[in-house]
Structures are given as C-alpha cells and as structure tokens.
Ligand binder design. Sequence first.
Ligand SMILES: Cc1cc2nc3c(=O)[nH]c(=O)nc-3n(C[C@H](O)[C@H](O)[C@H](O)COP(=O)(O)OP(=O)(O)OC[C@H]3O[C@@H](n4cnc5c(N)ncnc54)[C@H](O)[C@@H]3O)c2cc1C
Length: 431
Amino acid sequence: MSRYAVIGAGPSGLAAARALTARGIDLDGYEASHGVGGLWDIANPRSTMYESAHLISSRTTTEFAEFPMRSTVDYPGHRALLQYFRQYSDHFGLTEVFRFGTTVTRLEPRDGGWDVTSEGPDGTQTRWYAGAVLANGTLAEPNIPTFSGEFSGELLHTRSYRSASQLSGARVLVVGGGNSGCDIAVDAVHHAASVDMSVRRGYHFVPRYLFGRPSDTLNQGRPLPPRLKQAIDSRVLRAFTGDPVRFGFPTPDHRIYESHPVVNTAVLGHIGQGDLRVRPDIERFDGQTVRFRDGSSDDYDLVLLATGYRLDYPFVDREHLQWRGAAPRLFLHIFPASFNGLFVMGMVEASGIGWQGRYEQAELLASYLDAVETDPARAARFRQRVVGAPWPDLTGGYRYLGLDRMAYYVNKDAYRGAVRREVRGLASAVV
Ligand SMILES: Cc1cc2nc3c(=O)[nH]c(=O)nc-3n(C[C@H](O)[C@H](O)[C@H](O)COP(=O)(O)OP(=O)(O)OC[C@H]3O[C@@H](n4cnc5c(N)ncnc54)[C@H](O)[C@@H]3O)c2cc1C
C-alpha cells in the first residue's frame, strides 16, 4: 500500500488527512507549528490571524458538512475556530498522524515518488513517499509592493499585525481596503491617534446580515445567471449600504463578484463618523510624509500594508508545479497535468467556498488515490481525461479582475460542481 505525505495541518491539510484516512490510505502528516488549525491558531508562527478576526463567511456555509460546529454563533472568532479544528482533528483521529514542530524543507522526485526532507525534534530526516499533498496555506507569504522613496516611520504588513495595541497612539495609514485592511482600520479607529486608508480601486461592501440573516446564506443552492445575480445584489447592496463612492471610495472598476467582496460595513460607519478618511493611491514616501497621487500629503507614524499574500511552495522547484504567472497551473487547482505525484490542497479562493469546498477537493484526491491503488485502469482514465480534454470553466461566467491575487480565484458553484463531477466520474466504472 502506497504512503503519502501531507504538508500542513490547517483546514486543508486536515481535510486531506480525513479524506485519505477514511479511504484507508496511509499517510504521514507534517506540521511546522505545535498543533493543528493552521492560520486560525494565532500562536502558530506562520499565522496571519489577528486578535479581532472573525469568520467573514458565515458558520453554516463554511464548516465541514460532516462535522457541524457546536457553536451557534453566525460569525465565530478565531479562538472558537481553533477549538473547532482541534475537535475535528481529535474526532477523526487525525492529530496522531501529524508530526508537529516538523517543517518540510525539500521535496525531490525519486523512483516515481518523492523524497520528503523535514526538520523537527528528530533532526533532519528524509523519507520516501508515493506522493506529497501540499497544504501549506496560501496566506502566509506577504505581497509587498514597491514604493518610490523611503518611509522613516514604522512599516508593517498585515502578516505581522496581531493586535490593535500595535497601533496605540499612532497616526496610521492602512494601505489596501480588502477584508483585512478594513478589519484593521476598524481596530485602528479605537486605538490610533488618527486613521487613513489608501486605496487604488473601489470595492463592493457586503453587510454581514441582510434581511436579518447572514448575507451569504441567502439564495443558496440556486445559483442565478451572473448578470442577473450581479444586478439584483448590486441593487440590494445599494439599498442597504449605499454607494461607497459617497464615502470617498473610487468607483469600482469591476462588477460585484468579479473580485472578492469586502464583508465589512463597520468601516463605512466609521467613515461616516469622521473616524477614518479614504485617501488615494500612494505616489511616494518622503520621510514620515506620504504623498498621494492627487497631490495631497500627510504625515504618519505607521504604514500598515494590507496588500495581501502571494502563493509560495518554497520546498519544491517551480517546474514541478507547472507555475504560470502568479500560480501553478493545476487541474481543478489540485493536480499537475504531469501527474508527478504532487497534489495541492487549498489553493482555491472563492466567495463562500468554505472548508467544505476544500474538503471536496480532498475527497476528489482520495477518490483518485484509491483508484490508483484498487483500479489502476480507472485512475488512468481520469488522467487521460485531464490531459486530453479541455479543462472546465471555473469562473461561473464571472469576469474576474486580472490581478495576481485572482490567479486562483473560482466561482464556488462552478468549482464545486466540477469537483463533484470528477468524484462521480471516478466512482463509476466507465465514464
Ligand atoms: C484574517 C483571515 C480571515 C479569514 N476568513 C475566512 C473566512 O471567513 N472564511 C474562509 O473560508 N476562509 C477565511 N480565511 C482563509 C483561510 O486561509 C482559510 O480559512 C484556511 O485557513 C485555509 O486553510 P489551509 O489549511 O489551506 O491553510 P493554513 O490555515 O494557512 O494552514 C497551513 C498550515 O501549513 C503549515 N505549514 C506551512 N509550511 C509548512 C512546511 N514547510 N512544513 C510543515 N508545515 C507547514 C502551517 O504552519 C499551517 O499550519 C481567512 C484568512 C485570514 C487570514
């Protein structure tokens, strides 16, 4: 029986471990941190969580279907989520399959499988596996833009932001108005001397609740055609949150759902109260002065870059993951077309995909690995389809912004539908 390595014990690695062990597939898990939970464990040195963070997708659309959360809170905080992942891991006997405090440092192909080198309490070790599942997370490696000039105050990326006390008494400029940028701007309002937010483009702001229910629970299971959904939801948002342009944001250069929506309306409330100002894109730094593109400038003590993250699989040469631009090019964001024994979990971003969407990736992987073991002809048919047929459109008809951070963005319904079709295909004798 083949044995696989799973790298990372965050939600995606746990999902992989659960789906593989449920099929009787042997694995060793590697986790650099002291326990499970991935970035939801704020004490994990690679975590990009901060004290005030809560889910932005609601509990029922996010949790693993076979293991509902015990909490009845709609948008639990990171501590409750860490508890949840610990319970999930213990319940399915996953904790014992991981080596903690053990970082994978290198993957090298050998004899049709992979040598996995790790560093941990037992020193440096290399073990051979039939394949390796990469679930090391997508939100750990900061994306740091280059700016003209130099800033002589404190420059921080959200990666290093943990608590609002870091902002106490400072004149803060948050760069970027995505979900983390808005969360942190709201934190700053209560602690900083002043708060500005510099944005390059406009955003669509979605309230956590619409009609008294978590907004992402509305219209579940019946996806509308993109244009219709965009038209209806834009109207609803306009009625509830108003026009973000009125709050000083630029007009969005994209329709709603063509980029990740910002689930935060507190930020608009604070702008309305005069606690927070929206500023244009940065032109250059000049000591503690930040010059903006509209010719205005201001002095700041702290610039907080909420400029996102980039994909990084530092332990494996890029050619093995067939990188194209900002992301590896993988079938359903999981399988390299070379079927070289590497599999990626969690490299998928979508509005509302939740951990169940990530679990379905794991289910497909487990179905494939099971077929490799028990019905090689079926596995070969899957590979032929991947190599020989066009890959499914995962956009759901939405035209996503051509940004690096959208390189692995999908429409959740299109994506989950495609993954489930492949799971069914692998389960049937002839497709
Ligand atoms: C502030 C914030 C809010 C978010 N809110 C939501 C939300 O509301 N809904 C949602 O669905 N998603 C949300 N996310 C996205 C989040 O990334 C996913 O929920 C989820 O954590 C992804 O799981 P993962 O297992 O792929 O990655 P991670 O949680 O990042 O886990 C990766 C694990 O791999 C380990 N690791 C990395 N490199 C190595 C190595 N070389 N060797 C061994 N171990 C390694 C890390 O220590 C880590 O434990 C949010 C993210 C942030 C930062």
